[in-house]
Design a protein around this ligand. Sequence first.
Ligand code: SF4
Length: 334
Amino acid sequence: MRYYNIPIFVPHEGCPFDCSFCNQRRITGMDTSITKEQISEIIEEHLKTLPESGRYVEAAFFGGSFTGISPEKQCEFLETAYKYVKNKKIDGIRLSTRPDYISEEILDRLERYGVSAIELGVQSMDDEVLKASARGHDAKTVERAVSLIKKYPFKLGLQMMTGLPGDTDEKAVMTARRIIDLKPDFVRIYPTLVLSDTLLEGLYKNGEYTPQTISEAVNLCKKLLLMFRENNIDVIRVALVTTDEISDKGSVVAGPFHSAFRELVEGEIFYDQITAVLDKDSSVRTFCVNPRELSKAIGNGKVNLKKIKDKYGFDIEIKPMENIEKGKIKVWKE
Ligand code: SF4
């Protein structure tokens, strides 16, 4: 079974906030409100590109605070997508929103329209970081929203950021711990980028904000990814999707942008695993990984092979091997 999202961007709709890092119109690449006709068109067009069977498809309302839109518009948008759930063309609806836009009334509505998953923008569980980022809610609000959502059959996703104003590695690790305690079904991790036309851009240009470097962000995200993995929480995304806008040629002014950011993080995890073996037994020369992870294990631009040559003075080989669990390495034995 393969999972597919049909992304429907709801740009800045209903959001009276101005989180320091956010320029929602740029993230979505649109600056107009969406109509129900456009929603149908997006779903129809995507469905044409998907396989007929062996698929699980969700219409995904992303890009704004969905449950902050007027109830009439929420119903209109959801009703449009729900028609496709009822006629079995798609399997569910997911949406993202803020923790302070969750109430029983809202959740009852979402349940009525076949919503299958809710993603909350948590960003940090440290109140000072939330305040410095102008989020407009605190960590307690996240806990309240999560406990309400858990009374319903929705899948729950929590999104966190690293490198926000006032943030530290310790605070990000604490945020991940508290997120783990909240037992979400999945998580997304976004290192903060300085986008043009945001409050953060002003702070950065005045010297009041220093973004993470790529290597700082990779190292921290490595720790976080491992924490979630150890607790069997799926990390479905690390870093924003690269688009024409979200790129170093687009609106990214500064920050740890890399078009293959997650590969860098996972490559580092493989590097640590390989060096842990070599530190114990420097006669090992060949490792095996799941074929789908070969490029991650070798590292972006073969960086892992190069670093190992520099550190130990010899070459190693990494081979693909079926039946190796993803994320693991094995020592090759003849
Ligand atoms: S609540 Fe969401 S959409 Fe609104 S400003 Fe903050 S990040 Fe952007």
